[in-house]
Design a protein around this ligand. Structure first.
Ligand SMILES: [Zn+2]
Length: 353
């Protein structure tokens, strides 16, 4: 198979500001896990995805659109990629729950993009979906490196194994889709939009899998990741940004829900995981106003907007917002309830007047 050309934005699912808090904590074991995770993340951020892809022996994609091509590897607790192949498309369960979760969630995410939007994998050309589990020791993150997903087992004290959360897989694969379609620059508002779109499609993947309407969904991101020890429900909440966790070690969820509380910062690539709360909340408000399955209403509009040639790499919230209103009018009609709900939602979070 030819080597795909992919972009260069590689970020773990857990943002650095959370890991830095843990690394500054006085428990030696937790300190060590977070420190090591930050080092691994830094290493992967410094490498360009096309180099990773060029150096990998990529297996074949699926010859048939609508059929995923999954390959799950184990790193056997080392920091090696991709590791040993342990389960490939069509094979029976391996018996290792981590391997089988990765296989299952990659399949669900593939099926969501195919059935909701007729998208054939990340590149829309059947790119094979590779996942490596048991990566490193106590590694507290998961990421897509341009060629494959990588899952840590967590430290067992604050974080569970990362294959536990379907929306983590949906979020990371969505970054691949976003990069190919819009290439939103991963800093400031365009970066926060990039993050928000990954959350939107991650959450929709989960809602689709569970057959949930907007009103039935929990609108949480990473609800399965925290152990009992953490005072928090999830990493982020699209329904109530800023309330997902408030914990002595991790700190408090820093997300705003309205432009009045927009956070000006140089940290976190200019607040990409912080200000994403604002467009996340707009999506939630529109989906709730419309109810029904969100991937059939505003989810479709967000996907259309991702393809819109007027969306540039440095688009800000206001540009994205007005494009969603326009795309809702095109798909559903000018004064359709979809167009109205979406415009109202962006007004409610202060992005458009
Ligand atoms: Zn992300």
């Amino acid at each position: 198979m030819s080597k795909p050309t992919l972009g260069s934005t590689r970020q773990g699912f857990i943002p650095p500001f959370i890991l830095e808090r843990i690394a500054a904590h006085d428990e030696v074991h937790l300190q060590g896990c977070a420190q090591r995770t930050l080092e691994v993340d830094h290493y992967f951020r410094a490498r360009r995805a096309p180099d990773i892809v060029a150096n990998m022996d990529m297996p074949e994609g699926s010859p048939r659109p609508g059929q995923a091509a999954r390959y799950i590897y184990s790193a056997n607790y080392q920091e090696v990629l991709p590791g040993t192949l342990v389960r490939e498309e069509g094979q029976d369960e391996s018996g290792d729950p981590t391997v089988d979760e990765a296989y299952r969630w990659l399949g669900v995410t593939y099926r969501f993009f195919w059935e909701a939007f007729e998208r054939n994998s990340i590149d829309d050309q059947g790119l094979p979906l590779l996942g490596t589990v048991h990566y490193g020791q106590d590694y507290e993150n998961a990421f897509w490196n341009g060629a494959q997903m990588v899952f840590g087992d967590g430290d067992g004290e604050l974080f569970n194994r990362f294959t536990a959360a379907l929306d983590v897989v949906g979020h990371e694969l969505a970054h691949g889709v976003i990069e190919r379609e819009a290439g939103l620059v991963y800093t400031y508002q365009s970066g926060a939009l990039n993050e928000s779109l990954a959350d939107v499609f991650g959450s929709l993947t989960k809602q689709y899998h569970l057959g949930q309407t907007a009103a039935e969904a929990d609108w949480l991101i990473g609800a399965e990741l925290f152990t009992e020890r953490v005072q928090g429900r999830a990493l982020r909440s699209m329904a109530a940004p800023g309330t997902a966790y408030d914990d002595p070690i991790l700190g408090k969820d820093p997300q705003p829900a309205h432009m009045d509380d927009f956070v000006e910062t140089e940290e976190d690539n200019g607040g990409v995981h912080i200000n994403s709360g604002i467009p996340n909340h707009a999506f939630y408000l529109a989906a709730m106003a419309l109810d029904g399955y969100a991937w059939q209403t505003c989810g479709f509009v967000w996907y259309d907007t991702l393809h819109d040639s007027r969306l540039t790499q440095e688009s800000d919230f206001a540009t994205f917002a007005s494009l969603t209103v326009d795309n809702a009018s095109r798909r559903f009609g000018t004064e359709s309830q979809e167009a109205i709900a979406i415009r109202d939602a962006w007004q409610a979070v202060g992005v458009i007047a």
